[in-house]
Design a protein around this ligand. Structure first.
Ligand code: SAM
Ligand code: SF4
Length: 469
C-alpha cells in the first residue's frame, strides 16, 4: 500500500517556469542593486528576484553580490558558527541513486549497521572531542524504521560521560509517513533533513530508478510537508549540486522554502547545498559539476534569497573553500568529520572509500578547525538552547524579537565555547578562545546581560556545566 501524502501536497516545482526564468532573465545592474537593497532589509526574495541575481554574470556585479552576502551574514547572524558532526548509523540501502556509494546495486560496498556497542563507542568518541550536536545519517532500508531511528536517538541522548553529552540530535534519513515523523519527534529530534537532490523532474528520474522507493519524486518533495503536519516543525531542505544546472537547483530550493513558508508560516530551518563528490563505484557525467566560483555565487545568492534560514556547509568541501564561503552566510559547519561507519574510533586517518558514501574534503580534527575559526574572528557555538527551551519552528523568532541575538544567541555561544575550552580544547585553542570570549563579552551592550554572562562564565570556570539562557 502506498503511503498517504500530506494535506497540502502538491508538485509545486514547475520545470518550465524555472527554465524560462533562467533563460529569459538578462543581466540588469539596476535591478540587482534594488534586490540587494531588499535583502539587506532582511526580506525573503521571490523566485523572480532570485533569478535576477542568478543572471548577474559580470565580475563586478558578482562581487557586489558577494559583498552583500557578507554584510547580511554579519547583520543577521554575527560571527557565530554552530558546530556539529555527522554520525552514520547504517549504510544498507534499497535505493539505487547513481551518485551514491551506498546504492543497492553496488556489490563492492562494505555494508554495516552499528550495533549497540559500536553506537555507544562512536558517541563516546564524539563526546570526548567536545561535540554536543549530531546529525544521524541512515540509508533507506526496511531495518531503518521510525522505531529504529527513534530508539537510536534515545540512546544518543541517554549517553553521559563526566560532563559530556549530546544535547541535540538531528536526522538525515529517508522521508517517513506521518506516524513515523510523530515517533521520531517524540524521541526528541531537532531538525529532520531531506535533500530533494535535484528539483528537475527529468534529471530526478534519471538518477533515481523508477522502481525504487526514492524514484517517487512527489513522495520525497512532500516529505517535509508531512513532517511539519506530524509535529516536526524544524525542517532541513537541500539539493545535491552537480546533477543538473546549479541555477535551476537554487530556484528549486527557494521555491521549496517559499512553499513551506506560505502554507505553515514557517520556512525551513536550514538549507544544505552539497556538491557531488567522488565516491566508490560512482562515475558521473561532469556536465553539471559546479566550479568553485559558481559555488560561491550560489551560496551568496541563497543567503540573500532566504535571509533567515540557517545555511549548512559540510566537510565535503576543502578547508580552502570552507574558509572562503563561510563569510557568505554560512551558519553551521561540521568539524572532525568521519563518515565511515564506526569511523570515529578508527586509529588510522584516511578514508576507505568502499566503506563510505563519498570522499570528504576537510579531514582536519575538530580542535584545529575551531582554533582557525577563532583566530579568524568567528565564535564557534555548541548552543542547543532554543530547541531545549521549546523555541522551535519559528526561525524568525530570533530575528523578529528585538535583541534576541544579544540576549540569547551570543551569550549561549560564549557559554558553550567556554565549556569546550575548559573540557576539551588544546592549548592554542584555549588561549585564543579566552581572548575572543573577553572581546565578545565587552561588546554586549546591555549591562544586565553582560553581567549575567560574566557571572555564568565564572560559574563554568568553577566547573558548573550546561548553563544557558
Ligand atoms: N538515504 C537517505 C536519503 O537518501 O535521503 C539519507 C541521505 S544520504 C545518507 C545523505 C546525502 O548525501 C544525500 O541526500 C545526498 O544528497 C548526499 N550524497 C550522496 N552521494 C553523494 C556524493 N557522491 N557526493 C556528495 N554528496 C552525496
Ligand atoms: Fe541510499 Fe540515500 Fe545513497 Fe540514495 S543517497 S543510495 S537513498 S543512502
Amino acid at each position: 500500500m502506498k503511503e498517504i501524502l500530506s494535506k497540502s501536497c502538491s508538485d509545486f516545482i514547475d520545470d518550465n517556469k524555472l527554465e524560462k526564468l533562467i533563460s529569459n532573465t538578462k543581466e540588469d545592474k539596476a535591478r540587482v542593486r534594488e534586490i540587494i537593497a531588499k535583502s539587506m532589509e532582511k526580506k525573503p526574495l521571490q523566485i523572480e528576484e532570485t533569478a535576477i541575481l542568478l543572471a548577474a554574470e559580470s565580475q563586478d556585479l558578482v562581487e557586489e553580490i558577494f559583498n552583500a552576502a557578507r554584510q547580511l551574514k554579519k547583520d543577521v547572524y554575527g560571527n557565530r558558527i554552530v558546530i556539529f558532526a555527522p554520525l552514520y548509523i547504517g549504510n544498507y540501502c534499497i535505493n539505487d541513486c547513481v551518485y551514491c556509494a551506498f546504492r543497492k546495486s553496488l556489490r563492492t560496498t562494505v555494508r554495516k549497521t552499528l550495533n549497540e556497542d559500536e553506537l555507544l563507542s562512536q558517541i563516546e568518541a564524539l563526546v570526548d572531542k567536545g561535540h554536543k550536536r549530531l546529525i544521524l545519517v541512515f540509508g533507506e532500508h526496511p531495518a531503518y524504521t521510525a522505531d529504529f531511528i527513534s530508539d537510536t536517538v534515545r540512546k544518543v541522548y541517554d549517553f553521559k560521560k563526566n560532563f559530556g553529552e549530546i544535547r541535540r540530535v538531528n536526522i538525515n534519513a529517508a522521508p517517513l509517513d506521518h506516524e513515523g515523523y510523530a515517533k521520531v519527534k517524540a524521541a526528541g529530534i531537532g531538525t529532520y533533513q531531506i535533500f530533494q537532490e535535484t528539483y528537475h523532474h527529468e534529471t530526478y528520474r534519471k538518477v533515481h530508478p523508477a522502481q525504487t522507493h526514492k524514484g517517487d519524486y512527489l513522495w520525497r518533495l512532500d516529505g517535509l510537508t508531512r513532517a511539519y503536519e506530524a509535529g516536526c516543525d524544524d525542517m532541513g531542505i537541500g539539493a545535491l549540486f552537480g546533477l543538473y544546472k546549479w541555477k535551476f537547483e537554487v530556484l528549486g530550493l527557494v521555491t521549496h522554502s517559499l512553499f513551506l513558508q506560505n502554507i505553515f508560516g514557517v520556512g525551513p530551518h536550514t538549507i544544505s547545498f552539497p556538491r557531488v563528490r567522488p565516491a566508490h563505484g560512482v562515475d558521473l557525467d561532469p556536465k553539471y559539476f559546479v566550479s568553485d566560483y559558481d559555488f560561491k555565487r550560489l551560496v551568496a545568492i541563497l543567503r540573500l534569497s532566504v535571509p533567515y534560514t540557517g545555511m549548512i556547509l559540510t566537510a565535503r568541501e576543502t578547508p580552502q573553500i570552507r574558509r572562503e564561503v563561510l563569510g557568505f552566510g554560512v551558519s553551521q559547519i561540521d568539524a572532525g568529520t568521519r563518515i565511515e561507519l564506526a569511523g570515529y574510533t578508527k586509529k588510522e586517518d584516511g578514508q576507505e572509500l568502499n566503506k563510505e558514501q563519498f570522499q570528504i574534503g576537510d579531514v582536519r580534527p575538530m580542535d584545529e578547525i575551531l582554533c582557525e575559526l577563532i583566530k579568524t574572528g568567528y565564535v564557534p557555538s555548541f548552543c542547543t538552547s532554543c530547541y531545549r527551551s521549546g523555541r522551535t519552528g519559528q526561525q524568525f523568532m530570533e530575528f523578529a524579537i528585538p535583541g534576541f541575538i544579544e540576549k540569547f544567541c551570543t551569550p549561549n555561544a560564549l557559554l558553550t565555547l567556554k565549556e569546550y575550552l575548559l573540557d576539551y580544547a588544546g592549548p592554542e585553542t584555549k588561549a585564543e578562545g579566552e581572548k575572543i570570549i573577553c572581546k565578545e563579552l565587552a561588546k554586549i551592550a546591555n549591562p544586565k546581560t553582560k553581567q549575567q554572562v560574566a557571572e555564568r562564565l565564572q560559574r563554568i570556570e568553577n566547573k558548573e556545566h550546561d548553563l544557558y539562557f
